[in-house]
Write a protein that binds this ligand. Structure first.
Ligand code: ADP
Ligand code: ZN
Length: 671
């Protein structure tokens, strides 16, 4: 532990300490994140065998009659193979030839072989893209963006740029040019991406340009592989690290450029202690190391856009697609009208079903988004009106028909899909509502002949499954891809000309101040998957609330309009980014207990926060989770540093409560 922490570059150690202070957690927890990943795995070595002089003599003698008795058949096999291998053989190779390890030990004891240890790398190669990198000529907008950012880059000082580029505007190409420029100047590049499995294209792009000089870091790697990658980065063998949020602690020296792709993505926030935000730490790291930080998105977070409008970030826009085509046309289907006009209630509107049929006829592809997995979100008794609830959490259990089970999506609780109501034993259970599993079944039924696949956490549990499915879709072996927000990420499939969104308003009722922002981002991003090739795209949005501002603005792909309306709401309701927010969740065995502790904490906080507001305690939107009752306190303040230190000293005064309180500074989700 001691010597390994000495290996961590001082700049990364400083970042970890900064994060501990800012996010109000112990430095041990953030330093842990900065230490060599998978370090318990250590280096892997294998035993390597070479034949010795006496081994050779024994082998030559083995042909003759006197020595022959001394060597067994397997010993002869081993020595024969070793005599033929000029640089020796690994133990595994000999075992494969039918030589047991006992025989090898015996040869070693007889000094007939020499044994050494060889360090082997566990880094599995990321396949290079099939075709070599295509040289593209930058569009005028891209060239202008690269020029402007290269100038900043050459000044070797800290700066943040927000690259606001519509979907399909070619942001990746801008990142690549800046990264090459940085490498030319002898400095290094850190690239953060939301989820590697879902965005294999950006990894492939960096790999195609930088080859062996790229390291890929994400949680899907084995501990051994992470360990080896860490040391490879540390030793200076790589110029570019591409990784998910934890890669913000990658042990690179001479950092010149930090890129945060899809900077608005919620997966940059770690939802367990230490609750840091990868994007925000990336900016801090850039500041510590005098690097240029580029935040890229088609739908920037309100936080970043506000900074840009205030002039703290350089706002660089890419307003058009590289193909020169417009964004896809969006059609709204009001499901209230649809339900009134149709005898049968279905998840797919007539327009969407016809749209899919059209694409099939034209050999084009479609994507259908529904951000809810499972077959049906509620199992409901028509007799007593009870629904199946999780015994540990205050949520209903989701039916998964394929597995014949109901499941809690928060704690993992599962049991067999009931055939009778658990409360009244009634026989008329209804699977109410639609999840992706049911939607997939409906698409198959309404569009026979279509090759349909589903992409959600249930079908993508296996490592590499997402990348494999995306590759299949890319080859055109799938016609319709149904899925959750996983399918909305930055994919680039030129043959997709239709995007359907089912229950576009599904995320609006979840009691979170970011609900509208998330809905806007999701709809804009998924609409951006259509019409990226030569043929124009179309998006069909099904909703019960066609007039909600997040849906209206997303349908017009009007980021600015959405921002203005949303920032006004945040200001009026005193939510970030108009002020700083700390979310404290107090857990207890009973609600009463949690409320009592919460009241103590809230009172103490009020005494200390003169220039702020403390709301609560109030039962959290997710009132019970994993068997514990949850009560929430929201502390708000105009002055970020003062607010944080008020929370810090309040907690220090209540050591008894600290264990039961989760502190989230700059929360992304406040359920
Ligand atoms: P974004 O991330 O902004 O949505 P991408 O970076 O995925 O867009 O680029 C969209 C597509 O355009 C990709 O297939 C990319 O290879 C291609 N592309 C990018 N820049 C150019 C260019 N200057 N000329 C031609 N094609 C380009
Ligand atoms: Zn549960």
């Amino acid at each position: 532990m001691l010597d390994e922490s000495a290996l961590v570059p001082p700049s990364v150690m400083a970042l970890a300490l900064w994060a501990a202070e800012y996010y109000l957690c112990g430095p041990g927890q953030t330093i842990e994140a900065a230490l060599p990943a998978g370090r318990t795995a250590g280096f892997r070595t294998v035993r390597r065998f070479e034949i010795s002089e006496s081994g050779r003599a024994a082998l030559e003698g083995a042909g003759g009659s006197r020595q022959a008795r001394r060597l067994g058949r397997r010993q002869v096999t081993a020595l024969g193979a070793l005599a033929a291998a000029s640089r020796g053989l690994d133990q595994a190779a000999l075992v494969e030839l039918g030589v047991p390890t006992a025989t090898l030990r015996r040869l070693e004891a007889l000094d007939l072989v020499r044994v050494s240890r060889r360090q082997v790398s566990r880094i599995s190669a990321v396949p290079l893209s099939g075709s070599p990198r295509r040289e593209v000529t930058l569009t005028a907008e891209q060239a202008a963006a690269v020029d402007r950012l290269t100038t900043t880059l050459s000044e070797h000082r800290f700066g943040v740029a927000l690259l606001h580029g519509v979907t399909g505007s070619g942001k990746t190409e801008v990142y690549l040019r800046l990264a090459l420029e940085t490498q030319r100047a002898g400095r290094r590049v850190l690239v953060l991406v939301p989820e590697i499995g879902l965005t294999p294209a950006s990894v492939t792009a960096f790999r195609a340009v930088f080859g062996e000089r790229v390291a890929i870091q994400h949680s899907g790697l084995s501990p051994g592989e992470r360990h080896d990658q860490w040391h490879r980065i540390r030793s200076g063998d790589v110029d570019v690290v591409v990784g998910t949020r934890s890669a913000v602690f990658a042990p690179l020296d001479d950092l010149g450029l930090v890129i945060v792709d899809e900077e608005h993505d919620a997966s940059y926030k770690q939802e367990e202690t230490p609750r840091y935000h990868g994007r925000d730490l990336a900016v801090v790291r850039g500041q510590h190391e005098s690097a240029l930080v580029v935040l890229g998105s088609a739908t920037p977070s309100l936080e970043s856009y506000q900074q840009a409008l205030r002039g703290r970030y350089d706002l660089v826009r890419l307003a058009t697609r590289v193909t020169g085509h417009g964004l896809s046309a969006v059609r709204i289907v009001d499901m209230k009208v649809e339900l009134a006009e149709c005898a049968e209630v279905t998840a797919l509107s007539r327009a969407l079903a016809e749209g899919i049929e059209d694409r099939l006829a034209r050999r084009e592809q479609a994507i259908v988004l529904l951000n809810r997995r499972g077959y049906a979100p509620v199992v409901f008794c028509r007799q007593c009106e009870a629904s199946a609830e999780c015994p540990n959490c205050s949520v209903s259990l989701t039916a998964h028909r394929g597995h014949g089970r109901v499941r809690c999506h928060y704690c993992g609780y599962a049991r067999a899909l009931p055939t009778r109501c658990p409360s009244c034993s009634g026989e008329f259970l209804e699977l109410a509502g639609v999840g992706t599993e049911r939607l997939e079944a409906e698409v198959r039924q309404r569009c026979p002949g279509a090759r349909v696949a589903r992409m959600d956490r249930d079908t993508m549990a296996r490592r590499g499954a997402a990348a494999a499915l995306l590759a299949e879709f890319g080859r055109g072996d799938i016609d319709v891809l149904v899925g959750t927000q996983m399918i909305a990420k930055g994919h680039d499939f030129p043959r997709v000309t239709l995007v359907g969104v089912v229950a576009a308003d599904g995320g609006l009722g979840i009691g979170d101040f970011r609900a509208a922002e998330r809905t806007f981002q999701l709809l804009t991003q998924v609409a951006g998957r259509a019409g990226r090739g030569e043929r124009p795209g179309e998006t069909i949005v099904q909703t019960l609330y066609p007039d909600h501002y997040s849906i209206r603005h997303a349908c017009r792909q009007d980021y600015e309009g959405f921002y203005q309306e949303e920032i006004a709401f945040r200001q009026a309701m005193r939510y970030p980014p108009s002020l700083a927010l700390v979310n404290l969740v107090v857990r207890g065995r009973t609600e009463g207990e949690a409320m009592r502790d919460g009241a103590v904490l809230a009172r103490a906080l009020r005494d200390r926060t003169r220039s702020g507001w403390v709301l609560g305690p109030a039962p959290a939107a997710l009132g019970r989770l994993k068997g514990e009752h949850r009560v929430q306190i929201l502390a708000k303040g105009d002055h970020r540093v003062r607010l944080r230190s008020a929370v810090e000293s309040t907690l220090a005064d209540h050591p008894r409560l600290v264990r039961r309180v989760t502190v989230d500074v700059d929360p992304v989700s406040v359920r």
